[in-house]
Write a new protein. Structure first.
Length: 320
């Protein structure tokens, strides 16, 4: 395989080269979608060659565009490498994209640069998490949070901006829990809740707020405060029910509903209320049955169905 793309007359002009990069990226996406991984990789490596030449030859007015093309090519190759089981190449590509994005954010600050920088850190955080490195994942998620906080106020306070910021707080909190920093995690969960609480009645606000209360319930449960844990799990469950009221076939919300009921069952069992534990486990099983009904191909749903059926039987035996 060669990194040299086929020569096109227009690639000798900057505008033509930008168009060629986009064409190669589109061809790679089409090839990957049809299962032709080798062809997709060839297109992406060709796009890298063209994009590098653009950066090397760019005048000041075209430099940002050229570097953005190069970053996009690295991201696509990194994602393809990850999909084909090559995390080392994915990491190298994502790091290269991060370096370019940092430079763009420094030279041309603004909403697009902040979002691109945040996305670059999230990709590396997700990759580190998949490799079992919670410390590195947490570091990238914190850097993502810093980038999102630098968004202009109008972007940061938009519905999408608020939900994105809350989700980032939750990711940072989750990594803090994983390394034993529960109080730090609680601060981030509370900050995430504060970002979306009272911000509106949109479904995504309810979903984001419900996630925050669920996480705060986990903190209270770990602290041994069963009353606070149950109250937060109920709050999360009510928010999830509001999502389901609008979107009855929302598989993710039905999954979340089952988790809320299961956690309420755990708090009831810990408090010695076996009857309520049975009730909550049954409700969790009912939610999963609804999940299976709307997404019968989901292996996770079917696995949860078997798992919760066992938990219901065990709880019923314990309460007899």
């Amino acid at each position: 395989m060669t990194d040299e793309p086929e020569q096109h007359p227009q690639q000798h002009r900057p505008a033509g080269r930008h168009g060629l990069v986009r064409t190669l990226l589109a061809a790679a996406e089409q090839a990957a979608g049809s299962g032709a991984g080798a062809a997709a990789e060839a297109h992406l490596r060709a796009a890298l060659v063209v994009a590098r030449r653009l950066v090397a030859a760019a005048d000041p007015d075209d430099d940002a565009h050229a570097r953005h093309d190069l970053s996009a090519a690295y991201v696509r190759l990194g994602s393809l490498s990850l999909d084909t089981g090559d995390p080392a190449t994915a990491q190298r590509c994502y790091r290269a994209s991060l370096a370019i994005t940092r430079g763009l954010a420094a030279s041309r600050p603004g909403a697009p640069a902040c979002r691109d920088l945040g996305a670059a850190h999230q990709r590396l955080g997700d990759l580190a998490l998949a490799q079992g490195d919670s410390v590195a994942a947490g570091r990238h998620y914190r850097d993502q949070l810093t980038a999102l906080r630098r968004l202009p106020a109008d972007d940061r306070e938009s519905p999408a901006g608020r939900c994105e910021l809350a989700a980032c707080h939750y990711r940072v909190g989750d990594r803090a829990v994983a390394v034993g920093h529960r109080r730090e995690a609680e601060r981030h969960y509370r900050d995430g809740v504060a970002v979306v609480d009272g911000a509106g009645h949109d479904v995504e606000f309810h979903r984001a707020l419900g996630t925050g209360y669920d996480r705060l319930g986990d903190i209270a449960m770990a602290d041994g405060d069963l009353d606070a844990a149950a109250e937060r799990y109920r709050r999360s469950m009510e928010l999830t029910r509001q999502v389901i009221a609008v979107r009855p076939a929302d598989a993710a919300a039905l999954h979340d509903l089952s988790i809320s009921h299961e956690k309420l069952a755990e708090t009831a069992a810990a408090a010695g209320d076996r009857a309520d534990a049975v009730t909550q486990f049954r409700a969790a099983l009912s939610a999963v049955r609804r999940w299976v009904a709307v997404d019968p191909a989901s292996r996770s749903a079917r696995d949860d169905l078997a798992y919760l059926a066992d938990r219901v039987h065990a709880a019923e035996r314990g309460a007899a």
